[in-house]
Design a protein around this ligand. Structure first.
Ligand code: PNS
Length: 164
C-alpha cells in the first residue's frame, strides 16, 4: 500500500492546502496530513484546533487521515512507516527552503523522498500568514479558506474560544 505524509503548520488550513491534499490523495492509497507541534512558533490556533479544522475540511476524502507530531519530520515518517513527504511549491521563492528541507530529510532518513506538487495557479499567492493578516484587519478571507475555517479565524481573532 502506498502511503504519504503531508506535514505542515496549517495555521490555518487554506484552499491552497486543500488543493494539494485532494491531488495528493489521488496519487497514494493513504495520505496523512500532519500538523507540526512547534514550540518555537506562537501559532494563532492550537494543534488540536488545527487538527479539528483539517478533519472538517477533509471529511469527504476517504483515504486522508489527520494527525499531529512533534520533533523531526523524518522521525515521524519513520515511526509511521512512510517514505514519501508531500509538499506544495508555490513559487521559486519556496524552492530554496523546500529543497534544503527535502535534502536534510533525506540525509536523516535515506529512504525518505519528497514529492513536490506545484500549487494551482489560483492559489499561488496564498499562505496561512496572508489569511491571518487580511483577517486581522477585518478583510474578506472567503477566497482563501473554506466558510467553516473563516468562521473559526474571525472567532479566534475576536478572542472567542473555539467551540469544537
Ligand atoms: O507549513 P510549513 O510551516 O511550511 O511546514 C514546515 C514543516 C512543518 C514541514 C517543517 O518545518 C518541518 O518539517 N519541521 C519539523 C522539523 C524538521 O524535521 N526539520 C528538519 C527539516 S529542515
Amino acid at each position: 500500500m502506498s502511503k504519504a505524509i503531508y506535514p505542515g503548520s496549517f495555521d490555518p488550513v487554506t484552499k491552497g492546502h486543500l488543493d494539494i491534499i485532494r491531488r495528493a490523495s489521488k496519487m497514494f492509497d493513504s495520505l496523512t496530513v500532519s500538523v507540526l507541534n512547534n514550540s518555537e512558533k506562537s501559532p494563532l490556533f492550537s494543534v488540536d484546533e488545527r487538527v479539528n479544522m483539517l478533519r472538517g475540511i477533509c471529511r469527504d476524502i476517504p483515504n486522508v487521515e489527520i494527525d499531529s507530531f512533534s520533533g523531526l519530520t523524518a522521525d515521524y515518517a519513520k515511526k509511521t512507516g512512510t517514505d514519501v513527504i508531500i509538499r506544495g511549491l508555490r513559487a521559486i521563492t519556496d524552492f530554496e527552503y523546500e529543497l534544503q528541507m527535502a535534502q536534510t530529510n533525506r540525509k536523516i532518513l535515506k529512504t525518505l523522498d519528497t514529492v513536490f506538487l506545484t500549487t494551482s495557479l489560483e492559489y499561488a499567492y496564498l499562505s496561512s500568514s496572508i489569511v491571518r493578516e487580511v483577517a486581522s484587519y477585518g478583510g474578506d478571507i472567503s477566497e482563501f479558506v473554506t466558510e467553516d475555517v473563516a468562521k473559526e479565524v474571525y472567532k479566534k481573532l475576536r478572542g472567542e474560544s473555539n467551540g469544537k
